[in-house]
Write a protein that binds this ligand. Sequence first.
Ligand code: FMN
Length: 368
Amino acid sequence: MISDLFSGVTKLAQPLLLMLPPEQAHEATLVALEKGLYPRSSMAADPRIAVEALGLRFPNPVGMGPGFDKEGRAPDALLDIGFGFTEVGTITPLPQPGNPAPRVFRLPRDRGVINRLGFNSGGHAAALARLARRQKRGIVGINVGANKDSADRAGDYVKGIEAFAQIASYFTVNISSPNTPGLRDLQAPAVLDQLLERVMEAREKIATSGGRRVPVLVKIAPDIAEQDIEPIVGRMIAHHVDGMIVANTTLSRHGIRDADIGREAGGLSGQPLFHRSTVMLAKVAQVTAGRMPIIGSGGVHSGGSALAKIEAGATLIQLYSSLIFEGIGLVDRIKLELAEAVTRAGAKNITELIGTKTNVWAAKPVDV
Ligand SMILES: Cc1cc2nc3c(=O)[nH]c(=O)nc-3n(C[C@H](O)[C@H](O)[C@H](O)COP(=O)(O)O)c2cc1C
């Protein structure tokens, strides 16, 4: 009853939220989550969609992508809503305001979002204080980044690993935001080598001095040139990175209909990113060839699009932009449709569907 009432209220709230400017709608949603004003998932855990990966047991493969809860304000609420995991961040060592507003724009016809937030962050200390207070339950990844004015960007990622090692279920090293000038240059193989060496060494040092060996994933951009994919993924394999996230937002504006808003600077996400990021995911999956799990991110907005990511090679998926348009009921709908897809395929578990169409997706052009 109460959950029916809540989901009714949520359905009503969604169109109202869309009338607010994006950042205000985002803040209102976070406050509602902090205050417990949200419907809990009504779906029982379904073994068909449980996933073992990164040494963790994910109750389902649908994760909340980073950028929504940048400061660790509502991880438990997001898990209650039904996400199998959530990722906090990107967090930088020092607090920084990010770019001037307006800096988030909806593309309603395309069901896309452009943002140029620029790592607005309360810094490590504030997020750590908040996260350390929670009861440890559920899977909460920590996405670490570098301050805009940092003299040692690789050192900022190391600080992130050191700060959150006791509370992170996994780490994401975010080198793919387009909104911090020069950050994506860290993806260049030679630079990447130095970064990964320092990050993985920091992780090992903590592990060998009695701490946890926290899995480290690296999140890449969907705009990497075709010929660079193999060398970049090769560096990840060489440094024994535990997983990859494909992909962050794109600088491409290919095929969008909201052309005026499309001229805003920033990274594009949501449905216009789906095809490009799924092709990229499949190309990465061809190189990793099962050696590490990949989290598929970019334009997931339905059970069908979540399944497509898994078939292209994703072990887990994340979403963010589609929630802005669809509301949180989407999470349980996707889970239900994934579970039905498992049964339809005559499989026992969703992991049997991972990569079944990698070659089909990898053969597609990035822009259609
Ligand atoms: C407003 C906004 C802020 C974001 N901030 C971050 C961030 O801080 N760190 C990060 O790794 N990704 C960030 N992202 C990227 C998302 O996590 C995700 O990779 C991307 O939006 C593609 O997924 P989607 O199409 O489901 O939104 C952000 C996305 C949006 C829309």
